[in-house]
Design a protein around this ligand. Structure first.
Ligand SMILES: NC(=O)c1ccc[n+]([C@@H]2O[C@H](COP(=O)([O-])OP(=O)(O)OC[C@H]3O[C@@H](n4cnc5c(N)ncnc54)[C@H](OP(=O)(O)O)[C@@H]3O)[C@@H](O)[C@H]2O)c1
Length: 261
């Protein structure tokens, strides 16, 4: 990926005028992205399911006027619509929207090691969060991303969602939900390119990151391939940094290498 650096130029000069929306910011990579974007001088809207319980996000907001915490549950479209209306009442554009919320395990919901573990209710929920969520956010926020300045819509995907890269199998719900998300990203890139020539739509794989999501599955990941959330956020923002409309509709790993769909 060639370096053009519009985002970093803006960050180093007048990034105070840049507006970011981070969807899924209560913890993990989403929270770190909010923290790094604020440090770069952006104005940030950070969404989470339960703002009252998002203690670290609220603590950050209490110290920083540039941060607004917004309620948004991707499993409830009305909250997505309300969040978009709240943002649109305050600003006429967003320069960076990152869909971060994701689900791999939750109590009895666990990634399937084999076919007999597949549960329809789990498939529905994982697809609702990982695939339908980013699409619904795009549906309600796209008008804020189409304007006369560069903008990026980045969906947090996962390498295991690549059909071309699948050599191990397993993890039916998570893999397939990220594959579906990838198709939505590719579709959005095509449709939104017709509506706005300054918008880039990309999928991103953050690598293996030390969060609740990866905790049960990272014992065998070598330390040099396991990132803390700050490093992961910086790596993802470095890719966003280099993203221009010529990159729209592509899937990038944390190091900027392209992943096959
Ligand atoms: N960590 C990794 O190694 C890794 C690797 C590849 C891809 N990824 C992807 O990176 C993204 C971030 O992962 P992470 O590791 O930071 O995960 P995490 O620490 O488990 O955080 C998940 C986030 O998603 C939010 N969320 C879950 N369901 C939601 C819903 N219905 N509506 C809104 N928000 C919801 C959670 O909010 P609550 O606090 O309310 O639960 C939380 O903020 C995910 O899309 C994941 O698939 C991560």
């Amino acid at each position: 990926m060639a370096s053009t650096g519009w985002f970093s130029k803006r960050m180093s000069s007048q990034f105070t005028n840049q507006i970011a929306f981070v969807q899924g910011a209560s913890r993990g990579i989403g929270f770190a992205l909010v923290d790094r974007l604020l440090a770069r001088g952006a104005r940030v809207y950070a969404s989470c399911r339960e703002p009252e319980q998002a203690d670290q996000l609220q603590a950050l907001a209490a110290q920083n006027d540039a941060l607004r915490v917004v309620r948004l549950n991707v499993e409830d479209e009305a909250t997505v619509e309300q969040a978009a209306r709240y943002v649109a009442d305050q600003v006429d554009r967003v320069h960076l929207l990152m869909n971060v919320a994701g689900l791999l395990h939750d109590g009895a919901l666990k990634p399937e090691k084999k076919l007999s573990m597949v549960e329809p209710a789990h498939l529905h929920r994982v697809f609702a969060v990982n695939a339908f969520g980013p699409l619904l956010v795009a549906k309600h926020f796209s008008h804020l991303l189409i304007h006369d300045e560069p903008a990026v819509l980045a969906n947090l995907s996962a390498r295991v969602g690549s059909i071309g890269d699948n050599r191990l199998g397993g993890w039916y719900a998570y893999r397939a939900s990220k594959a579906a998300q990838n198709m939505f990203t590719a579709n959005l890139a095509i449709e939104l390119a017709r509506r706005g020539k300054n918008l880039s739509v990309i999928a991103l794989h953050p690598g293996t990151v030390e969060t609740d999501l990866s905790a049960p599955f990272r014992a065998r990941v070598p330390s040099e391939r396991l990132f803390d959330v700050c490093r992961a956020a910086d790596q993802l923002l470095a890719i966003v940094d280099r993203t221009t409309p010529e990159h729209t509709g592509r899937f990038y790993a944390w190091d900027g290498s392209e992943i096959p769909w």
